[in-house]
Design a protein around this ligand. Structure first.
Ligand SMILES: [Zn+2]
Length: 327
């Protein structure tokens, strides 16, 4: 049961997200849900080849059978930019369904509007449920740092490093074991600088940058970021189309911002240009066709998996018969 008592509307019905989680949870033979901890990290972080070395080690493990090449590997990342309560509800749901995800949290959240209008830093409410997050961390979720240090420093190269260190220290003091970080797309500074442009000069100290700036390699990536952005074609943003293309033995990342998903929805003007978006709003609104939203993807994926197994079984039984005949 998904519980969220916030009154403000989201843009996307939360069922579209939780039904995706269900698809993964219901098919452990097909999907292996992974976190950043599962990646084959190795070698020198400062080396240019760091991320390439990881992906090579991963692919070698697949080839040698140390990782199951019949599985589809899926990593889910959530960026908690606003409305943290919505993420907390989604995480509870994922935990119930046994789907561990990677959760990017701020230490302090910058008031974006205030910064853009005044150039001054002001912090906002950011009600994270620390008890829940610590419990999830103990159960295999990854809690990581959504890095906004450059923005907090007012895009000062020296000060930014202090903010980075302080944020990570404070998160660790709250019981987290911060090993990874991703850069938040914050309020831009002079020359359009953003958090991803920070010069860390090696102070990452064992933390690994995993998104927006530097990233491990995936066979493909999906992101719902910048939902209303004019630079992205709404027709191409249906998560179901991304999932349909998945192949066994490959590794995929799905990045979502849970603030967009809610029980009650106000349609996004930009997204409403896409028929798939209008369809799912309708389906989850009246509830009648809600079950059908992910059904075709589910059938397609489950059928493919069964067929592949039955071909394999057929070949096996063919050889069994051959052995009998040759006796
Ligand atoms: Zn962000």
């Amino acid at each position: 049961m998904y519980i969220d008592d916030l009154e403000k509307n989201g843009y996307i019905p939360v069922g579209y997200h939780t039904d995706f989680i269900d698809l993964l949870a219901d098919n452990p033979d097909i999907f292996q849900v992974i976190t950043y901890k599962d990646l084959k990290w190795q070698g020198d972080y400062s080396a240019d080849s760091f991320y390439l070395a990881e992906k090579r080690a991963w692919d070698t493990a697949i080839r040698k059978g140390q990782l199951d090449d019949s599985k589809i590997y899926v990593l889910i990342q959530h960026d908690v930019d606003s409305q943290p309560q919505r993420t907390m509800s989604l995480l509870k749901y994922e935990n119930q369904r046994g789907v561990p995800t990677n959760v990017m949290i701020f230490n302090r959240r910058v008031n974006r509007r205030h910064y853009i209008s005044s150039g001054k830093i002001e912090y906002t409410e950011y009600p994270l449920d620390f008890d829940l997050l610590r419990k999830l961390q103990a159960q295999g979720f990854v809690i990581a740092y959504h890095m906004n240090a450059y923005e907090q420093s007012g895009y000062d190269d020296i000060l930014a490093l202090d903010f980075f260190r302080t944020d990570v220290d404070e998160l660790n003091k709250n019981g987290f074991d911060i090993k990874f970080f991703s850069a938040h797309g914050g309020a831009p500074g002079p020359n359009n600088l953003n958090n991803r442009d920070i010069n860390l000069s090696g102070i990452e100290n064992g933390l690994i940058w995993v998104h927006n700036g530097k990233t491990p390699i995936f066979d493909n990536n999906y992101s719902d970021g910048g939902l209303n952005s004019l630079s992205r074609d709404p027709a191409k943003r249906d998560l179901r189309d991304f999932v349909r293309k998945w192949k066994p033995g490959k590794r995929y990342r799905v990045l979502t911002h849970p603030q967009y998903y809610h029980v009650t929805v106000k349609s996004s003007k930009r997204m409403s240009q896409a028929s798939w978006y209008r369809d799912i709003l309708q389906a989850y609104d009246d509830g009648i066709d809600a079950k059908k939203v992910w059904e075709n993807v589910r059938i397609e994926i489950e059928e493919n998996f069964k067929n592949k197994n039955s071909i394999f079984n057929n070949i096996e039984s063919f050889f069994e018969k051959l052995k009998v005949l040759m006796k």
